[in-house]
Design a protein. Sequence first.
Length: 201
Amino acid sequence: MIFENHSSLDHRLYVGLDLSLTSPGMALIREKDDNTIQVIDTKNIKTTKDEDWFTRHTRVREAVMEFVFMSRPRAIFVENYSFGSSNGREIAGEVHGNVLYKLIEEGYPQDRIFRVIAPTRLKKFATGKGNEKKKRPIVEFVNKTFGLNLRVKDNDIADAVVLAFMGYCMFNYPKVEHKLKKYQKETITALIETVKEGYSL
């Protein structure tokens, strides 16, 4: 198993996964010695309908496995399903199941995988509005916060960065609370309560 030695996981690293079959986004952030956060790696792959079902799912799964294996993060934060959407829910379920099953099968601890951040919570944390329809405000938040230069079409990466950062804030809330805006505090404390209730995957 790839992750058999749990002690080798780096407590400074957090991964965000914005999973989809067409354009999954991945991000790795690190807490530096001065307690600031640095985005140290991102990844995005594209699959197309010209590829068969097996090929697309294999490419997504292997890309995520490689990304997580190379970083060995303390925890992984996956965007939860958009339960209010009427399209694509079955495909999302296939992708999540495919990737998360493989991570756990290879020994990554299940209690370090969190799928509690709904799209509305991600949007609220980044923009203050849980019903934000546009992609640009989230990309702008990521660029301003982390000194990146993402474009709007990189929104899957931007979402993954926010997921990782929200996860970091959950794990380190007493240390970061004073740096967060009111709506960000509300979002993180709600997530912490959700995890305390026993929900992660």
